[in-house]
Design a protein around this ligand. Structure first.
Ligand SMILES: Nc1ncnc2c1ncn2[C@@H]1O[C@H](COP(=O)(O)OP(=O)(O)OP(=O)(O)O)[C@@H](O)[C@H]1O
Length: 319
């Protein structure tokens, strides 16, 4: 379940990411055509969108790895284009896979990398993580003394996460973090993300193609298509916004019934149904549009040219 604090709103002092009218052009190709959004402390944001929508480009601009063409961007109070070492130490980046240092052992590498963050400790934020604590957090305690080249794909991915957060970052970028995880590892990873957001107040921005994962993890989902934001809200808000129909299903007298409620709240229909003959009704279900339905509808709309880049319906901008 997404955390109950789910909200796109935040106060000015809470703002961790502020992006306004971000544009990116590669040669003659416009990849981002005016992206505006924000994120606050402790918020988990999922960036979704079809291949080539501009997700990695957006994240790389926020990380300070790529220079934007236009627009204003503030990350932890600084423009990423001019972020210094102290700024960088507050940010964790989980890249696709750590392929170097195959002969190093897990604990050894984390100890080594952690030392770079020691000068950036503050009275309120001790850096880096204690290595044993970090190993426990990512579920690698048993593999602490194993050589990196001998780790399985999933264990290696956990190490990627550990490397990304070793400096105890306030903001974490995760690019498809659970690719290659088995269902158990995936669930443990989701717990880790929630723990980092809830107990460390870390802000987390991740990209994923797994809609169920986005729904489970994210307080807020941003859907990017064709270079602009087509939706920005919690999974529930997105489904409600898009849902032109809710389906009510029930059984009565041994027969299964389905009714599409095309406008308004299905609660009224359910109330009337139960008022008619509550005892006869069983197996009652109300099904709203899933995040997958919403995503496909929105992306198809953009791809068919019906969406011309107008303001997104649920735009929430920290100001
Ligand atoms: N360095 C570059 N030079 C030119 N074009 C680029 C460059 N990097 C990305 N692009 C183009 O910009 C567009 C957006 O790419 P980006 O990698 O940001 O998309 P994405 O949403 O992350 O895609 P995916 O889901 O496939 O990872 C693509 O059309 C891509 O070909």
């Amino acid at each position: 379940m997404p955390r109950q604090s789910a909200s796109g709103a935040g106060t000015k002092t809470d703002a961790v990411i502020e992006v306004h009218d971000l544009q990116m052009r590669y040669g003659a190709k416009d990849v981002l055509t005016g992206v505006t959004f924000g994120a606050h402390r402790g918020e988990v944001l999922a960036l979704l969108g079809p291949n080539g929508a501009g997700k990695t480009t957006t994240i790389e601009i926020l990380e300070g790895f790529r220079m934007r063409s236009a627009g204003t961007v503030s990350v932890l109070g600084s423009d990423p284009a001019h972020g210094d070492e102290a700024w960088r130490a507050r940010i964790g980046v989980v890249l696709q896979s750590w392929r170097d240092h195959g002969r190093w052992r897990v604990r050894e590498l984390l100890n080594y990398l952690g030392r770079f963050y020691e000068p950036y400790s503050t009275p309120t934020q001790h850096r880096p993580w204690d290595t044993d604590e970090l190993l426990g957090l990512v579920g690698l305690t048993e593999h602490a003394d194993q050589k990196i080249q001998n780790l399985s794909g999933g264990q290696r991915r956990r190490l990627d996460v550990a490397i990304g957060i070793v400096g105890r970052p306030e903001l974490i970028f995760l690019d498809e973090p659970t690719a290659g995880f088995d269902p158990h590892a995936r669930r443990e990873f989701h717990d880790l993300v929630h723990r980092l957001a809830d107990f460390e107040s870390a802000t987390i921005m991740l990209t994923t193609h797994d809609l169920a994962e986005a729904e489970k993890l994210a307080d807020r989902i941003i859907i990017l298509a064709d270079g602009h934001i087509v939706a920005n809200g919690s999974a529930d808000e997105l489904a409600r916004e898009m849902s032109t129909a809710a389906e009510v299903r029930w059984t009565s007298d041994g027969e299964r019934h389905v009714h599409a409620v095309t406008t308004g709240d299905p609660t009224g229909f359910v109330r009337d149904l139960l008022a008619t003959d509550a005892d006869a009704v069983s197996e009652l279900e109300v099904r709203r549009a899933s995040l997958e339905d919403t995503y496909i509808t929105l992306v198809q709309r953009v791809e068919s040219g019906q969406d011309q880049g107008s303001e997104p319906p649920l735009q929430e901008v920290l100001s």
